[in-house]
Ligand binder design. Structure first.
Ligand code: DC
Length: 245
């Protein structure tokens, strides 16, 4: 595995540049990462969907969420594919099934298990291919792609994130309360940040971007501008730190 800088890369899977976007639940990672990937013509990895797929499969197969060896084997053997923005498990479209609040909570539980995380590492790195990859999750910049050319850490207040998630779920016809969502988000934040293995934390060389009062378009533009500045300067990685409130 090439962990060196990805500036002067030969065409090849290992050397393609990566933009790593990490942050807590509902911080806008998905929308922002997809916008950046589309603008650059890069591939896109939603790493959270892998944890969600493991959770969904485990729940369907009634595997205990304490049975780490079985969950890791399940993660290893997942038959998954992505096409046209849809997610498939063993050929079945599970795009909606993996987004329920129940699967969100279960995904956060499987994500604490080191053997599950290890099983998913190779799969995540396999997404890296020319012309480049935008990868979003919790540990893209810290563990999976430590040599990412640009690392962004997104934040937003828990209230702003609960309100965004509320709008998404209500638009899809779910009956849900904002208080319940806020509680779920806080619980998930605590679990994602407190776990021993690859906890949610800011990479030392990440650019921190607070999206509480920012539109998604403005955040995409900001990330693209950071990336262009780095690329123009021929920088060797996301070493530059800045803070945008
Ligand atoms: O981003 P998301 O909400 O779809 O992620 C689902 C769960 O997976 C979430 O609880 C955190 C976990 N996760 C993780 O531990 N590491 C990642 N790289 C991505 C997600």
């Amino acid at each position: 595995m090439n962990r060196g800088p990805a500036t002067t890369f030969e065409p090849g899977v290992e050397a393609a540049p990566v933009i790593a976007i990490d942050g807590p639940a509902a911080s806008g990672k998905g929308t922002i990462a997809q916008g950046v990937a589309a603008a650059l013509g890069y591939r896109y990895l939603d790493s959270g969907s892998l944890y969600r797929l493991v959770a969904l499969q485990a729940s369907r197969q009634k595997v205990s969420f304490d049975d780490e060896p079985r969950l890791a084997a399940l993660a290893d053997g997942l038959e998954l594919s992505f096409a046209d923005g849809r997610t498939f498990l063993s050929g079945q479209d599970v795009s909606e099934a993996i987004r329920t609040e129940e699967v969100s909570a279960l995904a956060s539980k499987v994500a604490v298990l080191p053997r599950v995380r290890t099983a998913l590492l190779t799969r995540q790195r396999a997404f890296r291919a020319p012309p480049g990859l935008v990868a979003e999750g919790r540990d893209m910049g810290t563990v999976v792609f430590p040599d990412a050319r640009l690392k962004i850490y997104l934040t937003a207040s828990a209230e702003a994130r609960a309100s965004r998630r509320y709008k998404q779920l209500i638009d899809k016809g779910n009956s849900i309360t904002i208080q319940g969502l806020l509680r779920d988000i806080r619980e998930r934040d605590a679990r994602d940040s407190a776990r021993a293995e690859a906890p949610l934390k800011t990479a030392a060389d990440a650019v921190v971007l607070d999206t509480t009062d920012m539109t998604a378009d403005a955040a995409v533009a900001y990330v693209l501008q950071q990336y262009q500045t780095l690329s123009a300067a021929g920088s060797t990685g996301g070493r530059e730190r800045s803070k945008k409130a």
